[in-house]
Design a protein around this ligand. Sequence first.
Ligand code: GNR
Ligand code: NI
Length: 177
Amino acid sequence: MALLTILHYPDPRLRIHARPITAVGVETRRLIADLLETMYAAPGIGLAATQVGLDQRLIVVDVSENNDAPCAFINPEILARDGKEKSQEGCLSVPGVFEEVERAERIRVRALDRDGKRVEFDADGLLAVCIQHEIDHLDGKLFVDYLSELKRLRIRKKLEKEQRETHERSATAAPAI
Ligand code: GNR
Ligand code: NI
């Protein structure tokens, strides 16, 4: 198991449209374990491979109270959408930002599970929000894209400043030779 580094907006790698996984084997299962470990450590309720710089259509989700319902979906697709609902969203790639986003209230999802078996199910509530948010990541899309240009610009400036300060601190603490 390994903790992976989560990329932060506006890293251009978050804009990559990820490629489908063609064969589900031990490599994919190892990656699922690493993504789940990274998600729980963050902590978050979902994580997409795109967020750790991997060009693969793979997401993990756990919306349970006790973090005891880990799910992995490979090549996930939304087959149908129904209703509209606004809810407050956050993103591990946009730390410290929480804004209202409108999404479909209910969705029908098709994917492969960790054994490469096809699954199809309906989702609503937080699970529906989370799966839509994660599939957006696989398409290079972030929840800030649903906000106004002014809000997005303010968020970008704030995160760029935080990243500059983080780099200055680490440069001072451990100077490169
Ligand atoms: O941990 C997360 N919480 C969350 C809350 C509301 C809507 C979506 C999410 S997903 C987010 C983790 C994340 O960034 N996944 O990509
Ligand atoms: Ni996210």
